[in-house]
Design a protein around this ligand. Structure first.
Ligand code: PLP
Length: 384
């Protein structure tokens, strides 16, 4: 890539491309091989082996990912959870303590509250929107502070600048799950975070056809995680690397469309008499609208809303809507709809769910790249 300062659209296309192009191929081929000839010159790369995450597909993908979030390095893995677990197991050992935002993706919540304590790693939850309460949870053994850029499914935006400030003041490693906004809308490292993680299954790949994760950040930290991943083994296979690399090329066009469509849909739903509440940071009445506007270049394609009339009304809407596919996950080309009380948060007791702002009639929508007016017309008839 020329040494100018290209915009993210350009980096998504040109960063990481091997020079010269392999066998004059415009698209990077898949290196569907587990191992490579042993290099005769001694060095870190004498061994090229799939689990070492150093195949040509890994190398090109890491370079493209690092470029789009202005990171020193990036490392992909077999799933978002493989990235989260490998990262935390690299940074924390028995006796260490973790502070984590109280509203987390269910898998992360389970790993933090069950698996880490089983290894003697303690944790406490903090409210992402109440920085004054964090200090009292701090211990001499606290090593890491962990947040999500937008919470699932209520789209809360924590005080992310305060997280970075707090981490620096107390010598903690700050980690953010940037899955919901995606690298197109938010670059956490530019705001001072040490590590940015993604479920690349979602927007980064964008086509609902692979499971993958990525961590990006300071070179030394990513290298430590790379060494741990080599041993824990949650490597992304070359074909999935190829698909993620290909999916990334359209991230900007997809996200721009999804940002615009989700805002239009949120505004339509907000004004509809059968909708009691809409959670979308792009709406001016969202409690963290100003903060989201300052931090993010767009508000993403994720929103949630409550249908008046309880579970029956929500279920009826889900049945009558023609375009959205009733399925968990998010960030693909097709609009997906799910009722978190039934899927992502089914394991959370109903009272706790309500405290978290997740009533049974809440519907989460991952807006795809269909025409937004077609989706709005569909929602209109489904609510009619
Ligand atoms: N982080 C967030 C915010 C998620 O929504 C998910 C999955 O839904 C994950 C992490 C885990 O990702 P994966 O399913 O790729 O392991």
């Amino acid at each position: 890539m020329p040494k100018t300062h290209p915009k993210i659209d350009t980096k998504l296309i040109h960063a990481g491309e091997p020079q010269p192009r392999i066998q004059v191929s415009v698209s990077l081929p898949v290196f569907q091989t587990s191992t490579f000839l042993y290099a005769s010159t001694p060095g870190a790369d004498d061994v090229r082996y799939g689990r070492w995450n150093n195949t040509p597909n890994h190398i090109a993908l890491h370079e493209k990912l690092a470029a789009i979030e202005n990171a020193e390095d990036a490392l992909v893995s077999a799933s978002g959870m493989a990235t989260i677990s490998t990262t935390l197991l690299t940074l924390l050992s028995t006796g260490d303590h973790l502070l984590a935002q109280d509203k987390l993706y269910g898998g992360t919540h389970q790993f933090f509250t069950q698996d880490l304590p089983a290894l003697g790693i303690e944790m406490d939850f903090i409210s992402g929107v109440d920085p004054d309460s964090w200090e009292e949870q701090l211990r001499p053994s606290t090593k890491v502070i962990y947040v999500e850029a937008m919470t699932n499914p209520t789209l809360e935006v924590a005080d992310l600048e305060a997280v970075v400030e707090f981490a620096r003041a107390h010598n903690l490693i700050s980690i953010i799950d940037n899955t919901f906004p995606s690298s197109f809308n938010f670059r956490p490292l530019d705001w001072g975070f040490d590590l940015s993680l993604h479920s690349a299954t979602k927007y980064l790949n964008g086509h609902a056809d692979i499971i993958a994760g990525v961590v990006m950040g300071q070179g030394e930290l990513v290298e430590e995680i790379r060494q741990k991943l080599k041993i824990l083994g949650g490597t992304l296979n070359p074909h999935a690397c190829f698909l993620l690399y290909r999916g990334l090329k359209t991230l900007a066009v997809r996200m721009r469309h999804q940002n615009r469509s989700a805002l239009q849909i949120a505004q339509f739903l907000e004004g509809h008499p059968h909708i009691a509440r809409v959670n979308y940071p792009g709406l001016t009445n969202h409690p963290q609208h100003d903060r989201a506007g300052k931090l993010f270049d767009g508000f993403s394609g994720m929103l949630s809303f409550e249908v008046r009339g309880g579970i029956e009304a929500a279920e009826k809407f889900a049945r009558k809507a023609q375009f959205p596919i009733n399925a968990p996950s998010l960030g693909g080309c097709e609009t997906l709809l799910t009722r978190p009380a039934q899927t992502s948060h089914v394991g959370v007791p109903p009272q706790k769910r309500r405290e978290l702002g997740i009533p049974d009639n809440l519907i989460r929508l991952s807006v795809g790249i269909e025409d937004p007016q077609d989706l709005i017309d569909d929602f209109e008839q489904a609510l009619g």
